[in-house]
Write a protein that binds this ligand. Structure first.
Ligand SMILES: [Zn+2]
Ligand SMILES: [Zn+2]
Length: 380
């Protein structure tokens, strides 16, 4: 019997790396969150670092990772005031953006110019994005820095408010109040890395600030997220009128966001509700089994996250269980009993439920309804 040598081993034995092997191919994992009516859903990570501050990778790597992770827009936001590798790389504040942009654009990603304003607490760290000139932010007083970012048209958000507090109990300082009252504060990270901050979530609701969620990644992204870890990176879903930087910026100022954090979405009900509904399709409303009192409804979830449902107690009249999971990208069978099948025609049953992993308020699920449809046809 002939001994077959796999092509990859053969290539290695001949001294070359197998460039043509499928493992060398660059692949993007898509995140099929639906568009909302009249809007486009943009998947954004607007806080990440490179060797130009305390990150561990070159800027072009951030674009490559983002494309592979299914993102639409990124901002590299290196620290202005903290550059531990400055003996090895330039302190020219324009370089990270100038390096990342061509690579990102070659992959069809939007790239936003930004920086992290890095001060002790208070006030802590601000991210400023949509900047025109990062170097102009090198000023002593944090108010002058934030004002300059604002005057450049920047969108400014408070990063990881609780990271220096015991148990991440975020504190709203006088410094935050001042910047807020001047109209310079536009958003807060309710998610930074793997941490969800319910206090920041409530502030965004009360003060009408934009909810942000970002990786703040310093290492190569797959050291923290990806298939090995069973997680996707956190990101901000932005509901924009077009796939352009201007439309992205306007959507952020208009607070049209939701935040993905593991298998949760955090946002206002007015965005979570249509995101959920647009993800759901009833595949077989036409069912005819006269004489039986139960039908099987197939519910497809096209979104890349599971939806964890808890049905209202009265749903037991329809034979529904207390809970159901609509798994990401799959079709769930839901058995419904007690529908009248005495006449042909369509029945729509809106079953009240909570989606417990869609946080419309801090740690509280979205109240909505699952619309089950059944079409009864005459007996044959
Ligand atoms: Zn920071
Ligand atoms: Zn950071």
């Amino acid at each position: 019997m002939r001994h077959l040598i796999p092509a990859t081993l053969l290539a290695l034995a001949l001294g070359g790396f197998p460039q043509t092997a499928s493992t060398a191919q660059r692949v993007r994992s898509e995140l099929p969150f639906p568009d909302l009516p009249g809007l486009i859903t943009l998947r954004c990570d607007l806080h990440m670092h490179t060797v130009f501050s305390d990150g561990k990778v070159w800027p072009t790597v951030r674009a490559e990772e983002a494309w592979r992770d299914g993102l639409d827009a990124i901002a590299v936001t290196d620290h202005i005031e903290y550059q531990p590798f400055k003996a090895d790389v330039t302190t020219n504040d324009a370089r990270p953006y100038d390096l990342v942009r061509p690579h990102a654009e070659s992959l069809g990603l939007l790239t936003i110019r930004g920086a992290e304003i890095t001060r002790g607490e208070p006030p802590g760290h601000w991210n400023a994005i949509f900047l025109k000139n990062v170097a102009a932010l090198r000023q002593n007083d944090h108010r002058d820095v934030v004002r300059t970012a604002f005057e450049q048209g920047g969108f400014i958000f408070w990063n990881h408010p609780g990271w220096q507090q015991p148990n991440w109990q975020s504190v709203w300082y006088a410094e935050q109040q001042e910047v807020f009252e001047r109209g310079w504060l536009h958003g807060i990270e309710v998610v930074n890395g793997s941490t969800y901050d319910p206090i920041a979530h409530q502030w965004c609701l009360d003060k009408k600030l934009t909810m942000m969620g970002n990786s703040d990644i310093h290492d190569p992204i797959d050291m923290a997220y990806g298939p090995v870890h069973g997680t996707v990176r956190p990101m901000t879903l932005v509901f924009a009128t077009a796939r352009t930087p201007d439309a992205l910026r306007q959507a952020l100022f208009d607070r049209r966001t939701a935040v993905l954090s593991e298998n949760r979405l955090i946002g206002e009900a007015k965005y979570l509700e249509p995101l959920f509904q647009q993800s759901i399709a009833i595949l077989n409303p036409v069912i005819r089994i006269k004489g039986r009192n139960s039908v099987l409804v197939q519910v497809r979830n096209t979104a890349p996250i599971d939806y964890e449902l808890v049905f209202a107690p009265k749903s037991s009249d329809l034979g529904l269980p207390g809970r159901a999971t609509l798994a990401a990208g799959k079709v769930a069978l839901i058995q419904v009993r007690g529908l009248s099948d005495r006449a042909s025609g369509r029945r729509v049953v809106a079953v009240p439920c909570q989606v417990t992993n869609l946080f419309a308020a801090p740690n509280a699920g979205l109240s909505t309804a699952l619309r089950l449809e059944v079409e009864f046809q005459p007996a044959s």
